[in-house]
Design a protein around this ligand. Structure first.
Ligand SMILES: NC(=O)c1ccc[n+]([C@@H]2O[C@H](COP(=O)([O-])OP(=O)(O)OC[C@H]3O[C@@H](n4cnc5c(N)ncnc54)[C@H](O)[C@@H]3O)[C@@H](O)[C@H]2O)c1
Length: 388
């Protein structure tokens, strides 16, 4: 079935909702319905020519539409699980934003619902679909780097650096008990696990909230938007600004990444870094390094030969990432393209009735990331290693 026979509905019209819409339009999927606040859903639907608009957060009305096969959940974390279970019940395939939910109690319910249904379920850990990430995964799997010993990196942003920066993510009641780790750290952990083809089994973590008191506007502000400091009220912060996390990974089937050690710093108060997911994978034969803000190349590090810069869509990248890059070398691809490639992988899996590879994160993978968050919290409070 061609992808343009599949029809999507999108819940959530803030920062990431329109990124999903754009990605879907770029792969030829029809976006037939939108749900959000009445004003912003109508404005976004007008912009993109989306025929069905469900305002007032009327998710049930969107799910009842016969003109949707796949539902994209791009609303805040605290409503993901209920909306995703309702979408599965309505017979829709689901693409849900990360983190999958607020805690493992609720994400376990969702895993069960996804297992019981015959629908495709994906969590938008789209970093997997940067060609560089797929390339690093292929290099690890082929043994190009030898036996992987350790991984190091960070995910740094600065958009919540000031005490007057506000977003719903700062409140544990809205985004979950872990903020920096849940919001961006899980992207790093998922990407590293994907590259190694192994899961972290144990973590040791310290957390810090540098701004114990912050100021918030009386209303809501959209992600990355600025609020007027004169119209703000103080509140006590119950989520972390920074985390330092050690991880020990389990076994990988290919045998090149067993028992890998990793360390990762996560910060949303790191001046100058807008969205820097950096990782280095160190093996007995060589290393690879990659940075989200320079996504088109990786550095292949070697001890006794010159280091190399491998560029996307040149001889440096293997043919097995060919379906995940559309533009020739030297024509940069980045954040929006990773969403496009994620959507392509999910929709091809639906269209081929499961014949194309399921490289995307499943409900179980999303649940696992929430388990990692809970282990991080436990470790930081007990000051001991915690099992995931
Ligand atoms: N994969 C990524 O790279 C990525 C990037 C950003 C955000 N996200 C995730 O996407 C989700 C949304 O984040 P955002 O940055 O777009 O937030 P946002 O605040 O900018 O947008 C959230 C939208 O959801 C709407 N909304 C609120 N309650 C709702 C409800 N009950 N039903 C339907 N819609 C509702 C809001 O009106 C708003 O339009 C979060 O889970 C976040 O973690 C993922």
């Amino acid at each position: 079935m061609p992808l343009h026979h599949l029809r999507a509905g999108v819940i959530g019209t803030g920062f990431i909702g329109p990124v999903h819409i754009e990605a879907l339009k770029r792969i030829g999927v029809q976006v037939n319905a939108l749900c959000g606040s009445t004003r912003s859903a109508h404005a976004l639907a007008d912009q993109w020519g989306i025929p069905e608009v469900y305002g007032d957060y009327d998710v049930d009305a969107l799910l009842a539409s016969p003109n949707i096969d796949v539902v994209h959940i791009t609303s805040p974390n605290k409503v993901h699980v209920d909306q995703a279970i309702a979408a599965l019940k309505a017979g829709k395939h689901v693409v849900c934003e990360k983190p999958l939910g607020m805690n493992t109690r609720e994400t376990a319910r969702l895993v069960k619902a996804a297992e019981r249904s015959d629908r495709v379920f994906a969590v938008n850990y789209m970093c997997r679909f940067f060609p560089a990430v797929l390339q690093m995964r292929a290099m690890v799997e082929r043994g190009d780097l030898g036996r992987i010993m350790h991984v190091q990196g960070h995910f740094f942003q600065d958009w919540l650096m000031m005490e007057t920066d506000y977003n719903w993510r700062l409140l544990a009641s809205e985004g979950g008990k872990l903020r920096a780790v849940g919001d961006i750290g899980t992207h790093w952990i998922d990407a590293v696990g994907f590259i190694l083809d192994a899961k972290a089994e144990e973590v040791f973590a310290t957390l810090e909230t540098f701004h114990k008191k912050r100021f918030r506007p009386k209303g809501e502000v959209q992600t990355f938007a600025k609020a007027d400091p004169k119209k703000m009220v103080p509140y006590t912060v119950d989520t972390e600004d920074f985390a330092s996390v050690l991880l020990r990974y389990g076994k990988a089937d290919h045998g090149f990444a067993d028992g890998v050690h990793a360390n990762c710093a996560v910060s949303q108060v790191a001046a100058g870094w807008k969205c820097s997911l950096y990782l280095g994978i160190y093996g007995t034969k060589g290393s690879v390094q990659w940075e989200f803000q320079q996504p088109n190349e990786i550095i292949f590090g070697r001890r006794d030969e010159p280091n190399q810069i491998l560029q996307r869509n040149t001889a440096g990248f293997a043919a097995d990432i060919a379906n995940f890059t559309d533009n020739p070398g030297g024509h940069p691809e980045g954040f929006p393209d990773s969403h496009k490639m994620h959507c392509r992988a999910v929709y091809e899996h639906i269209a081929t009735q499961g014949k194309s590879p399921a490289l995307f994160a499943s409900a179980a993978d999303g649940h696992y990331e929430v388990k990692v968050c809970e282990a991080v919290l436990k470790s930081s409070s007990t000051k001991r290693w915690a099992k995931v």
